[in-house]
Write a protein that binds this ligand. Structure first.
Ligand code: PFF
Length: 464
Protein backbone atom coordinates (compact mmCIF):
# COMPACT_ATOMS: atom_id res chain seq x y z
CA UNK A 1 0.00 0.00 0.00
CA UNK A 2 2.88 2.32 0.79
CA UNK A 3 3.78 2.85 -2.84
CA UNK A 4 0.41 4.39 -3.66
CA UNK A 5 1.60 7.63 -2.06
CA UNK A 6 -0.52 9.88 0.07
CA UNK A 7 -1.10 13.44 1.02
CA UNK A 8 1.71 14.78 3.15
CA UNK A 9 -0.56 16.82 5.36
CA UNK A 10 -4.16 17.42 6.23
CA UNK A 11 -4.02 20.75 4.47
CA UNK A 12 -2.67 19.01 1.40
CA UNK A 13 -5.75 16.82 1.13
CA UNK A 14 -8.18 19.63 1.75
CA UNK A 15 -6.50 21.86 -0.78
CA UNK A 16 -6.33 19.11 -3.37
CA UNK A 17 -9.97 18.12 -2.88
CA UNK A 18 -11.03 21.76 -2.92
CA UNK A 19 -8.86 22.13 -6.01
CA UNK A 20 -10.78 19.29 -7.61
CA UNK A 21 -14.08 20.88 -6.70
CA UNK A 22 -13.19 24.42 -7.69
CA UNK A 23 -12.75 24.67 -11.40
CA UNK A 24 -14.53 25.51 -14.60
CA UNK A 25 -17.71 24.24 -12.96
CA UNK A 26 -17.70 27.23 -10.64
CA UNK A 27 -16.50 29.98 -12.91
CA UNK A 28 -17.70 28.82 -16.32
CA UNK A 29 -20.58 26.45 -15.47
CA UNK A 30 -22.33 28.07 -12.54
CA UNK A 31 -22.88 31.54 -14.07
CA UNK A 32 -24.16 30.12 -17.34
CA UNK A 33 -26.53 27.74 -15.54
CA UNK A 34 -27.79 30.61 -13.40
CA UNK A 35 -28.23 32.71 -16.54
CA UNK A 36 -30.21 30.00 -18.28
CA UNK A 37 -32.08 28.98 -15.17
CA UNK A 38 -33.60 32.41 -14.68
CA UNK A 39 -31.30 33.82 -12.01
CA UNK A 40 -31.69 33.79 -8.26
CA UNK A 41 -34.29 31.00 -8.12
CA UNK A 42 -31.68 28.64 -9.53
CA UNK A 43 -29.16 29.88 -6.96
CA UNK A 44 -31.50 29.09 -4.06
CA UNK A 45 -32.19 25.54 -5.25
CA UNK A 46 -28.51 25.02 -5.93
CA UNK A 47 -27.52 26.06 -2.41
CA UNK A 48 -30.11 23.79 -0.85
CA UNK A 49 -28.83 20.83 -2.87
CA UNK A 50 -25.20 21.54 -2.03
CA UNK A 51 -25.63 21.68 1.70
CA UNK A 52 -28.36 19.24 2.55
CA UNK A 53 -27.79 16.59 -0.10
CA UNK A 54 -24.34 16.84 -1.58
CA UNK A 55 -22.44 17.38 1.64
CA UNK A 56 -23.56 13.99 3.06
CA UNK A 57 -22.61 12.28 -0.20
CA UNK A 58 -19.19 13.92 -0.06
CA UNK A 59 -18.60 12.69 3.48
CA UNK A 60 -19.57 9.19 2.35
CA UNK A 61 -17.23 9.16 -0.63
CA UNK A 62 -14.24 10.29 1.39
CA UNK A 63 -14.99 7.73 4.11
CA UNK A 64 -15.22 4.85 1.62
CA UNK A 65 -11.96 5.96 0.03
CA UNK A 66 -10.09 6.28 3.30
CA UNK A 67 -11.42 2.99 4.64
CA UNK A 68 -10.38 0.97 1.61
CA UNK A 69 -7.46 3.00 0.24
CA UNK A 70 -8.60 2.04 -3.21
CA UNK A 71 -9.88 3.41 -6.47
CA UNK A 72 -13.68 3.49 -6.94
CA UNK A 73 -13.87 -0.05 -8.33
CA UNK A 74 -11.36 -1.58 -5.92
CA UNK A 75 -13.11 0.12 -3.01
CA UNK A 76 -16.32 -1.84 -3.44
CA UNK A 77 -14.40 -5.08 -3.99
CA UNK A 78 -12.36 -4.42 -0.90
CA UNK A 79 -15.40 -3.96 1.29
CA UNK A 80 -16.56 -7.36 0.08
CA UNK A 81 -19.32 -6.32 -2.31
CA UNK A 82 -18.00 -7.05 -5.76
CA UNK A 83 -21.39 -6.67 -7.40
CA UNK A 84 -21.45 -3.05 -6.30
CA UNK A 85 -18.28 -2.19 -8.11
CA UNK A 86 -20.57 -1.37 -11.02
CA UNK A 87 -21.03 1.96 -9.21
CA UNK A 88 -17.30 2.52 -9.43
CA UNK A 89 -17.27 1.52 -13.08
CA UNK A 90 -20.08 3.92 -13.81
CA UNK A 91 -18.06 6.61 -12.04
CA UNK A 92 -14.98 5.93 -14.10
CA UNK A 93 -17.09 6.03 -17.24
CA UNK A 94 -18.56 9.40 -16.29
CA UNK A 95 -15.12 10.73 -15.32
CA UNK A 96 -13.85 9.86 -18.77
CA UNK A 97 -16.87 11.52 -20.39
CA UNK A 98 -16.55 14.64 -18.26
CA UNK A 99 -12.85 15.06 -18.87
CA UNK A 100 -13.37 14.67 -22.60
CA UNK A 101 -15.50 17.79 -22.84
CA UNK A 102 -14.00 19.61 -19.86
CA UNK A 103 -10.64 19.62 -21.56
CA UNK A 104 -12.16 21.33 -24.59
CA UNK A 105 -13.42 24.21 -22.44
CA UNK A 106 -10.08 24.31 -20.63
CA UNK A 107 -8.40 24.61 -24.03
CA UNK A 108 -10.58 27.64 -24.84
CA UNK A 109 -9.63 29.23 -21.52
CA UNK A 110 -5.98 28.46 -22.10
CA UNK A 111 -6.06 30.15 -25.50
CA UNK A 112 -7.63 33.22 -23.90
CA UNK A 113 -4.38 33.79 -22.00
CA UNK A 114 -2.72 34.59 -25.31
CA UNK A 115 -5.64 36.68 -26.51
CA UNK A 116 -5.38 38.74 -23.33
CA UNK A 117 -1.62 39.12 -23.62
CA UNK A 118 -2.18 40.45 -27.13
CA UNK A 119 -4.79 42.89 -25.77
CA UNK A 120 -7.37 41.29 -28.06
CA UNK A 121 -10.45 41.97 -25.89
CA UNK A 122 -12.52 41.97 -29.07
CA UNK A 123 -12.21 38.18 -29.09
CA UNK A 124 -15.46 38.35 -27.13
CA UNK A 125 -17.34 39.58 -30.17
CA UNK A 126 -15.84 36.85 -32.29
CA UNK A 127 -16.19 34.00 -29.86
CA UNK A 128 -18.10 31.94 -32.43
CA UNK A 129 -15.17 32.19 -34.81
CA UNK A 130 -12.68 31.53 -32.03
CA UNK A 131 -14.19 28.13 -31.19
CA UNK A 132 -14.64 27.06 -34.80
CA UNK A 133 -10.90 27.45 -35.38
CA UNK A 134 -10.62 23.86 -34.20
CA UNK A 135 -7.00 23.28 -35.08
CA UNK A 136 -5.90 26.18 -32.95
CA UNK A 137 -8.17 25.54 -29.97
CA UNK A 138 -7.57 21.80 -30.41
CA UNK A 139 -3.87 22.40 -30.00
CA UNK A 140 -4.53 24.39 -26.83
CA UNK A 141 -6.59 21.45 -25.61
CA UNK A 142 -3.80 19.03 -26.45
CA UNK A 143 -1.33 21.11 -24.46
CA UNK A 144 -3.76 21.28 -21.56
CA UNK A 145 -4.29 17.53 -21.53
CA UNK A 146 -0.54 16.98 -21.67
CA UNK A 147 0.07 19.23 -18.67
CA UNK A 148 -2.68 17.39 -16.79
CA UNK A 149 -1.08 14.07 -17.63
CA UNK A 150 2.33 15.34 -16.55
CA UNK A 151 1.02 16.44 -13.15
CA UNK A 152 -0.82 13.15 -12.60
CA UNK A 153 2.26 11.17 -13.60
CA UNK A 154 4.20 12.91 -10.82
CA UNK A 155 1.93 11.27 -8.26
CA UNK A 156 -0.08 12.61 -5.42
CA UNK A 157 2.09 14.72 -3.18
CA UNK A 158 4.58 15.84 -5.81
CA UNK A 159 2.19 17.21 -8.34
CA UNK A 160 -1.39 17.56 -7.25
CA UNK A 161 -0.84 18.79 -3.76
CA UNK A 162 1.80 21.36 -4.53
CA UNK A 163 -0.10 22.91 -7.41
CA UNK A 164 -3.30 23.28 -5.42
CA UNK A 165 -1.84 24.94 -2.36
CA UNK A 166 -0.59 28.12 -3.85
CA UNK A 167 -3.10 28.92 -6.50
CA UNK A 168 -6.44 28.73 -4.77
CA UNK A 169 -5.84 31.68 -2.42
CA UNK A 170 -4.53 33.76 -5.31
CA UNK A 171 -7.63 33.01 -7.36
CA UNK A 172 -9.92 34.12 -4.54
CA UNK A 173 -8.13 37.46 -4.12
CA UNK A 174 -8.25 38.12 -7.83
CA UNK A 175 -11.97 37.34 -8.02
CA UNK A 176 -12.79 39.54 -5.05
CA UNK A 177 -11.02 42.43 -6.72
CA UNK A 178 -13.00 41.90 -9.91
CA UNK A 179 -16.27 41.68 -7.99
CA UNK A 180 -15.60 45.05 -6.40
CA UNK A 181 -14.67 46.53 -9.75
CA UNK A 182 -17.71 45.22 -11.60
CA UNK A 183 -20.00 46.55 -8.87
CA UNK A 184 -18.79 50.07 -9.60
CA UNK A 185 -20.01 49.93 -13.23
CA UNK A 186 -23.31 51.57 -14.27
CA UNK A 187 -26.38 49.27 -14.22
CA UNK A 188 -24.52 46.72 -12.17
CA UNK A 189 -27.35 46.64 -9.65
CA UNK A 190 -29.74 45.25 -12.28
CA UNK A 191 -27.37 42.35 -12.62
CA UNK A 192 -27.19 41.96 -8.90
CA UNK A 193 -30.94 41.78 -8.50
CA UNK A 194 -31.25 39.21 -11.31
CA UNK A 195 -28.68 37.16 -9.46
CA UNK A 196 -29.87 37.58 -5.88
CA UNK A 197 -33.60 38.32 -5.78
CA UNK A 198 -35.45 35.09 -6.58
CA UNK A 199 -38.48 34.98 -8.80
CA UNK A 200 -39.93 31.57 -8.06
CA UNK A 201 -42.18 31.73 -11.11
CA UNK A 202 -39.05 30.85 -13.00
CA UNK A 203 -38.71 27.60 -11.14
CA UNK A 204 -39.42 24.92 -13.73
CA UNK A 205 -38.61 21.21 -13.40
CA UNK A 206 -35.59 21.60 -15.64
CA UNK A 207 -34.20 24.34 -13.38
CA UNK A 208 -34.36 21.88 -10.51
CA UNK A 209 -32.70 19.06 -12.49
CA UNK A 210 -29.98 21.31 -13.78
CA UNK A 211 -29.30 22.68 -10.30
CA UNK A 212 -28.84 19.16 -9.04
CA UNK A 213 -26.49 18.24 -11.87
CA UNK A 214 -24.54 21.43 -11.39
CA UNK A 215 -24.18 20.82 -7.64
CA UNK A 216 -22.80 17.32 -8.22
CA UNK A 217 -20.49 18.43 -10.99
CA UNK A 218 -19.18 21.41 -9.08
CA UNK A 219 -18.50 19.42 -5.92
CA UNK A 220 -16.83 16.61 -7.93
CA UNK A 221 -19.34 14.11 -6.57
CA UNK A 222 -21.04 10.96 -7.76
CA UNK A 223 -18.20 9.47 -9.77
CA UNK A 224 -15.73 8.42 -7.13
CA UNK A 225 -13.25 11.27 -7.51
CA UNK A 226 -13.47 11.78 -3.78
CA UNK A 227 -13.30 8.04 -3.11
CA UNK A 228 -10.00 8.19 -4.97
CA UNK A 229 -8.77 11.28 -3.12
CA UNK A 230 -10.12 9.91 0.15
CA UNK A 231 -7.93 6.86 -0.39
CA UNK A 232 -4.89 9.04 0.18
CA UNK A 233 -6.17 10.63 3.42
CA UNK A 234 -4.72 10.00 6.86
CA UNK A 235 -6.70 8.16 9.49
CA UNK A 236 -6.21 11.05 11.88
CA UNK A 237 -7.92 13.58 9.60
CA UNK A 238 -11.39 14.81 10.35
CA UNK A 239 -13.61 13.93 7.39
CA UNK A 240 -16.63 15.78 8.72
CA UNK A 241 -14.91 19.14 8.96
CA UNK A 242 -12.76 18.65 5.86
CA UNK A 243 -15.84 17.98 3.74
CA UNK A 244 -17.57 21.03 5.24
CA UNK A 245 -14.63 23.20 4.30
CA UNK A 246 -14.50 21.82 0.76
CA UNK A 247 -18.24 22.40 0.28
CA UNK A 248 -18.04 25.94 1.63
CA UNK A 249 -15.01 26.81 -0.48
CA UNK A 250 -16.63 25.45 -3.62
CA UNK A 251 -19.97 27.14 -3.09
CA UNK A 252 -18.25 30.36 -2.05
CA UNK A 253 -16.23 30.53 -5.24
CA UNK A 254 -19.24 29.77 -7.43
CA UNK A 255 -21.14 32.58 -5.70
CA UNK A 256 -18.20 34.91 -6.23
CA UNK A 257 -18.13 34.06 -9.92
CA UNK A 258 -21.78 35.07 -10.16
CA UNK A 259 -21.07 38.30 -8.30
CA UNK A 260 -18.37 39.02 -10.81
CA UNK A 261 -20.37 38.26 -13.93
CA UNK A 262 -23.98 39.35 -13.43
CA UNK A 263 -23.23 42.98 -12.54
CA UNK A 264 -21.15 43.01 -15.68
CA UNK A 265 -24.02 41.69 -17.79
CA UNK A 266 -26.20 44.39 -16.20
CA UNK A 267 -23.63 46.95 -17.33
CA UNK A 268 -23.29 45.60 -20.86
CA UNK A 269 -27.00 45.14 -21.48
CA UNK A 270 -27.80 48.53 -19.93
CA UNK A 271 -29.93 46.80 -17.36
CA UNK A 272 -32.03 44.52 -19.59
CA UNK A 273 -29.95 41.43 -18.74
CA UNK A 274 -30.16 40.39 -22.35
CA UNK A 275 -27.50 37.79 -23.08
CA UNK A 276 -27.58 36.27 -19.60
CA UNK A 277 -29.01 33.06 -21.04
CA UNK A 278 -26.32 32.77 -23.67
CA UNK A 279 -25.16 29.38 -22.39
CA UNK A 280 -21.67 27.85 -22.36
CA UNK A 281 -20.03 30.85 -24.07
CA UNK A 282 -21.12 33.21 -21.29
CA UNK A 283 -17.87 33.89 -19.46
CA UNK A 284 -15.87 33.90 -22.65
CA UNK A 285 -18.00 36.71 -23.94
CA UNK A 286 -18.51 38.74 -20.77
CA UNK A 287 -15.11 38.57 -19.11
CA UNK A 288 -13.03 40.10 -21.88
CA UNK A 289 -15.41 43.05 -21.68
CA UNK A 290 -14.51 43.70 -18.07
CA UNK A 291 -10.83 43.70 -18.96
CA UNK A 292 -11.48 45.79 -22.04
CA UNK A 293 -13.36 48.32 -19.95
CA UNK A 294 -10.38 48.59 -17.62
CA UNK A 295 -8.31 49.07 -20.75
CA UNK A 296 -4.62 49.64 -21.42
CA UNK A 297 -1.80 47.83 -19.71
CA UNK A 298 -3.80 47.27 -16.54
CA UNK A 299 -6.60 45.58 -18.51
CA UNK A 300 -4.09 43.33 -20.21
CA UNK A 301 -2.40 42.46 -16.92
CA UNK A 302 -5.71 41.75 -15.19
CA UNK A 303 -7.07 39.71 -18.11
CA UNK A 304 -3.94 37.65 -18.44
CA UNK A 305 -3.70 36.97 -14.71
CA UNK A 306 -7.34 36.01 -14.55
CA UNK A 307 -7.17 33.44 -17.32
CA UNK A 308 -3.91 32.05 -15.96
CA UNK A 309 -5.63 31.50 -12.62
CA UNK A 310 -8.73 30.06 -14.27
CA UNK A 311 -6.51 27.58 -16.08
CA UNK A 312 -4.89 26.57 -12.82
CA UNK A 313 -8.30 26.08 -11.24
CA UNK A 314 -9.25 23.95 -14.23
CA UNK A 315 -5.98 22.04 -13.98
CA UNK A 316 -6.52 20.97 -10.38
CA UNK A 317 -9.89 19.63 -11.56
CA UNK A 318 -8.65 17.90 -14.71
CA UNK A 319 -5.95 16.31 -12.60
CA UNK A 320 -8.58 14.79 -10.31
CA UNK A 321 -10.69 13.71 -13.27
CA UNK A 322 -7.73 11.92 -14.83
CA UNK A 323 -6.62 10.47 -11.51
CA UNK A 324 -9.82 8.41 -11.25
CA UNK A 325 -9.41 6.22 -14.36
CA UNK A 326 -5.64 6.16 -13.85
CA UNK A 327 -5.92 4.88 -10.25
CA UNK A 328 -8.24 2.19 -11.59
CA UNK A 329 -5.91 1.13 -14.38
CA UNK A 330 -2.90 1.12 -12.04
CA UNK A 331 -4.57 -0.74 -9.15
CA UNK A 332 -6.81 -3.17 -10.99
CA UNK A 333 -5.14 -3.74 -14.34
CA UNK A 334 -1.61 -3.50 -12.90
CA UNK A 335 -0.33 -1.11 -15.53
CA UNK A 336 2.63 1.07 -14.57
CA UNK A 337 1.51 4.52 -13.46
CA UNK A 338 3.40 6.45 -16.06
CA UNK A 339 2.18 4.36 -18.94
CA UNK A 340 -1.38 4.33 -17.60
CA UNK A 341 -1.42 8.13 -17.37
CA UNK A 342 -0.40 8.77 -20.97
CA UNK A 343 -2.57 6.01 -22.42
CA UNK A 344 -5.69 7.15 -20.61
CA UNK A 345 -5.05 10.84 -21.33
CA UNK A 346 -4.55 10.14 -25.03
CA UNK A 347 -7.72 8.10 -25.20
CA UNK A 348 -9.77 10.79 -23.48
CA UNK A 349 -8.39 13.48 -25.74
CA UNK A 350 -9.53 11.47 -28.75
CA UNK A 351 -13.05 10.94 -27.51
CA UNK A 352 -13.20 14.67 -26.81
CA UNK A 353 -12.82 15.48 -30.48
CA UNK A 354 -16.57 15.52 -31.25
CA UNK A 355 -16.97 18.03 -28.39
CA UNK A 356 -14.20 20.10 -29.91
CA UNK A 357 -15.55 20.18 -33.43
CA UNK A 358 -19.23 20.34 -32.48
CA UNK A 359 -19.24 24.09 -31.99
CA UNK A 360 -19.76 25.13 -35.56
CA UNK A 361 -16.94 23.33 -37.33
CA UNK A 362 -18.65 20.00 -37.92
CA UNK A 363 -22.33 20.28 -38.80
CA UNK A 364 -23.00 16.77 -37.63
CA UNK A 365 -21.81 17.32 -34.04
CA UNK A 366 -23.03 20.92 -33.76
CA UNK A 367 -26.36 22.35 -32.71
CA UNK A 368 -28.53 19.75 -34.35
CA UNK A 369 -26.59 16.73 -33.15
CA UNK A 370 -29.58 15.61 -31.15
CA UNK A 371 -33.08 16.94 -30.69
CA UNK A 372 -34.43 16.36 -27.23
CA UNK A 373 -37.97 15.24 -27.01
CA UNK A 374 -38.59 18.00 -24.51
CA UNK A 375 -39.66 21.08 -26.45
CA UNK A 376 -37.84 19.79 -29.54
CA UNK A 377 -34.71 21.53 -28.32
CA UNK A 378 -31.70 21.09 -30.60
CA UNK A 379 -28.49 20.32 -28.78
CA UNK A 380 -24.85 20.01 -29.70
CA UNK A 381 -22.63 17.09 -28.81
CA UNK A 382 -20.77 18.80 -25.96
CA UNK A 383 -23.96 19.95 -24.22
CA UNK A 384 -25.49 16.52 -24.69
CA UNK A 385 -22.53 14.73 -23.11
CA UNK A 386 -22.45 17.29 -20.30
CA UNK A 387 -26.14 16.75 -19.59
CA UNK A 388 -25.75 12.99 -19.75
CA UNK A 389 -22.83 12.91 -17.34
CA UNK A 390 -23.61 15.77 -14.97
CA UNK A 391 -27.37 15.73 -14.72
CA UNK A 392 -27.95 11.98 -15.00
CA UNK A 393 -24.99 9.77 -14.18
CA UNK A 394 -23.56 11.81 -11.29
CA UNK A 395 -26.82 12.01 -9.30
CA UNK A 396 -27.38 8.31 -9.98
CA UNK A 397 -23.85 7.55 -8.75
CA UNK A 398 -24.42 9.68 -5.65
CA UNK A 399 -27.67 7.87 -4.97
CA UNK A 400 -26.05 4.46 -5.18
CA UNK A 401 -23.02 5.45 -3.12
CA UNK A 402 -25.22 6.76 -0.31
CA UNK A 403 -27.53 3.77 -0.41
CA UNK A 404 -24.61 1.38 -0.49
CA UNK A 405 -22.80 2.96 2.45
CA UNK A 406 -25.83 2.98 4.68
CA UNK A 407 -27.60 -0.25 3.82
CA UNK A 408 -25.05 -2.60 2.28
CA UNK A 409 -21.77 -1.71 3.93
CA UNK A 410 -23.94 -0.64 6.89
CA UNK A 411 -24.38 2.52 8.80
CA UNK A 412 -22.32 1.50 11.83
CA UNK A 413 -19.26 0.80 9.66
CA UNK A 414 -19.58 4.16 8.00
CA UNK A 415 -20.00 5.82 11.39
CA UNK A 416 -16.92 4.03 12.68
CA UNK A 417 -14.85 5.40 9.82
CA UNK A 418 -16.24 8.90 10.21
CA UNK A 419 -15.57 8.90 13.96
CA UNK A 420 -11.86 8.34 13.36
CA UNK A 421 -10.21 11.71 13.54
CA UNK A 422 -13.50 13.34 14.52
CA UNK A 423 -13.80 13.29 18.30
CA UNK A 424 -17.31 14.12 19.42
CA UNK A 425 -18.87 12.82 16.21
CA UNK A 426 -20.63 9.95 17.91
CA UNK A 427 -23.90 11.05 19.42
CA UNK A 428 -23.73 14.48 17.82
CA UNK A 429 -26.50 16.17 15.86
CA UNK A 430 -24.41 15.92 12.71
CA UNK A 431 -24.22 12.15 13.13
CA UNK A 432 -28.00 11.93 13.36
CA UNK A 433 -28.44 14.14 10.33
CA UNK A 434 -25.90 12.22 8.28
CA UNK A 435 -27.48 8.90 9.20
CA UNK A 436 -30.83 10.17 7.99
CA UNK A 437 -29.49 11.94 4.91
CA UNK A 438 -27.21 9.16 3.72
CA UNK A 439 -29.60 6.36 4.54
CA UNK A 440 -32.91 7.76 3.34
CA UNK A 441 -33.09 11.33 2.24
CA UNK A 442 -30.30 11.40 -0.36
CA UNK A 443 -31.09 8.05 -1.97
CA UNK A 444 -34.79 8.88 -2.22
CA UNK A 445 -34.38 12.40 -3.59
CA UNK A 446 -31.55 11.46 -5.92
CA UNK A 447 -33.34 8.43 -7.32
CA UNK A 448 -36.40 10.56 -7.99
CA UNK A 449 -34.45 13.38 -9.59
CA UNK A 450 -32.49 10.93 -11.71
CA UNK A 451 -35.63 9.26 -12.97
CA UNK A 452 -37.47 12.50 -13.67
CA UNK A 453 -34.44 14.02 -15.36
CA UNK A 454 -33.96 11.14 -17.74
CA UNK A 455 -37.65 10.88 -18.54
CA UNK A 456 -38.00 14.59 -19.02
CA UNK A 457 -34.77 15.48 -20.76
CA UNK A 458 -34.26 12.56 -23.02
CA UNK A 459 -37.77 11.19 -23.48
CA UNK A 460 -39.90 14.29 -23.09
CA UNK A 461 -42.10 12.75 -20.40
CA UNK A 462 -43.38 15.21 -17.81
CA UNK A 463 -43.92 13.65 -14.45
CA UNK A 464 -45.07 16.86 -12.86
N1 PFF B 1 -15.69 20.04 -9.85
C1 PFF B 1 -15.02 20.39 -11.07
C2 PFF B 1 -15.45 21.78 -11.47
O1 PFF B 1 -16.35 22.34 -10.86
O2 PFF B 1 -14.88 22.33 -12.39
C3 PFF B 1 -15.29 19.38 -12.16
C4 PFF B 1 -15.12 17.96 -11.71
C5 PFF B 1 -13.89 17.52 -11.23
C6 PFF B 1 -16.20 17.11 -11.71
C7 PFF B 1 -13.76 16.23 -10.77
C8 PFF B 1 -16.09 15.81 -11.26
C9 PFF B 1 -14.85 15.39 -10.78
F1 PFF B 1 -14.73 14.20 -10.36
Amino acid sequence: MANRGGFTSKLGFIMAAAGSAVGLGNIWGFPYEVGQGGGAAFVVIYLIFCFILCYPVMVTEIAIGRKTQKNPVGAFNDLGFKGWNIVGKLGIFSGVLILSFYNVIAGWAFGYIFEMIAGNFAVADKFGEYITAVFKVGLYGLVFMSVTAYVVSKGISGGIERAARLLMPTLIIMMLTLVIYSLTLPNSLDGLSFYLIPDFDKLTPSVIYNAMGQAFFSLSLGMGALITYGSYVNKSDNIISSAAFITLADVGIALLAGLMIFPLIGFMSEGTMEGAARGPGLIFVTLPQIFGSIGGGLGIAAGTTFFVLLCFAALTSTVSLLEVPVAYVVDELKVRRNRAVWLVAGFIFLIGIPSLIGNGYSDFFSTSFITYKEGGQDTDFLSFVAALANDSILPLGGCMIAFFASHIWKKHNLDEELAQGAPGYKGSFIQKYLNFAIGYFAPAVLATVFLFTVLFKFFGVHVF
